[in-house]
Design a protein around this ligand. Structure first.
Ligand SMILES: Nc1ncnc2c1ncn2[C@@H]1O[C@H](COP(=O)(O)OP(=O)(O)OP(=O)(O)O)[C@@H](O)[C@H]1O
Length: 387
């Protein structure tokens, strides 16, 4: 996850906790269905965004993220559903407001800036309805806020990727849209600069109280940039909430698995608790949720590692414990060694309980195929059905 300073985390959390809806949604989408060449691409999708909120849209390739942006921008016509911005209906059974009348700005992945125009001329594009004096005032204001004044007469190829992106944002903000759509805005930015730029642009959008939706393949960008997160799969919205809530309480196996919130331990729940190859897990109300086979979401920090090595004095008390896992994969990361562990063949008679790719970070150096003992720290267990 992209690291935030404590202050940034605090301010982001305060913002997240204050996003409770008090006024009608700026963007309201109800039961939106889009068919392209007779294929249903978006299916009965509901979404509401308040003024000033930034939404990060994630989902596997082909799930319909760009199709949703295009529908909001007015580039494609829904086959059913209703959509409105600031109370103005854009689409319903009778209406389809054309793109140019929607007050929606769009920033494309490659920015689509005009190479033959200067920075200033690029920003002026779309301001033709204003007088020359009004245009100049608006352009100078944006140049100053986006720190582009010194580059106003430069051509696009003379700018860095980050500067080009700021021009694209200035051009999109110039006509004062009610909603800004950004398709993978950070994918062309050098990883080293990305975090800094995201925080800068987030602050800027907040200054304008701009409502925005951005598409990304990188969930870490959502944590840094967005107030809300929408997880999509196969044209449907799986979960929509603040990113911190989705991380702590994913609503399905699919969401937790897509966001890689942890790894999976098969368990069987009966009156005694949850049975797994890492021992019995005490859970509340297990009589309410007896289930054949469920999957426990295991965050790396909740796994405890014991080395099965008689020379290690720290683990003498555990010498009687039998190894239940082996190391399958090792990499070195900032958080220590990263291991994938799988269950040993002889620890279960039931294949369905076997685990693999349990993810664990540790400072202890292990070798491939080394046998270890794993256990789970007691915590609020999250179990999911796979289907
Ligand atoms: N013009 C079109 N005609 C028919 N099908 C289309 C058209 N455009 C997109 N699709 C299909 O719609 C589905 C969703 O595409 P879309 O581009 O919205 O996905 P995405 O989530 O943005 O993907 P990616 O993350 O790869 O950009 C895909 O299966 C795609 O093949």
């Amino acid at each position: 996850m992209t690291a935030l300073s404590p202050l940034e985390s605090f301010s982001k959390l305060s913002e997240e906790s204050s996003i409770v809806s008090k006024s009608p949604a700026l963007l309201a989408i109800e039961q939106l269905t889009i068919k392209l060449q007779d294929n249903v691409i978006l299916s009965a999708l509901d979404l509401a965004l308040n003024e000033g909120e930034i939404l990060g849209l994630v989902g596997a390739s082909g799930c319909g993220k760009t199709t949703l942006l295009n529908a909001i921008a007015g580039f494609s016509q829904p086959s059913a559903g209703k959509m409105s911005i600031a109370g103005k209906i854009l689409n319903d059974d009778q209406r389809h407001v054309p793109a140019e009348q929607r007050q929606v700005g769009m920033i494309f992945q490659d920015y689509a800036l005009f190479p033959h125009l200067t920075v200033k001329e690029n920003i002026a594009f779309g301001l033709s309805k204003l007088t020359k004096a009004e245009q100049l005032e608006q352009i100078n204001h944006l140049l100053a806020i986006l720190k582009l004044t010194d580059y106003q007469d430069s051509y696009i190829h003379q700018l860095s990727g980050g500067q080009q992106q700021r021009v694209a944002i200035a051009r999109a903000l110039a006509p004062k849209p009610k909603l800004l759509l950004l398709d993978e805005p950070f994918s062309n930015i050098d990883a080293r600069l990305r975090n800094e730029l995201m925080l800068e642009i987030r602050l800027l959008l907040k200054q304008f109280n701009m409502t925005a939706i951005f598409v990304t393949h990188n969930k870490d960008e959502v944590f840094t940039f967005a107030d809300k997160m929408a997880v999509m799969a196969q044209g449907k919205l799986l979960q929509f909430d603040a990113p911190s809530i989705i991380c702590q309480q994913p609503n399905s196996y699919q969401v937790a698995d897509f966001l890689q919130l942890g790894s999976w331990l098969p368990c069987k729940i009966n009156l005694a608790g949850a049975q797994s190859l890492l021992g019995k897990l005490d859970i509340e109300n297990s009589h309410n949720r007896q289930a054949d086979l469920v999957y426990l979401l295991v965050k790396p920090a909740n796994l405890l590692l014991t080395i099965n090595d008689s020379t290690n004095s720290n683990v003498n008390s555990n010498l009687a414990m039998k190894a239940n896992a082996q190391v399958d994969y090792i990499s070195v990361t900032e958080q220590g060694y990263h291991y994938y562990l799988s269950s040993l063949d002889d620890v279960t008679s039931d294949e369905s309980m076997a685990f693999n790719k349990l993810s664990l970070y540790s400072d202890i150096a292990l070798s491939l195929k080394q046998q270890v003992t794993l256990s789970i720290k007691p915590h609020h267990f999250l179990f999911f059905n796979k289907s």
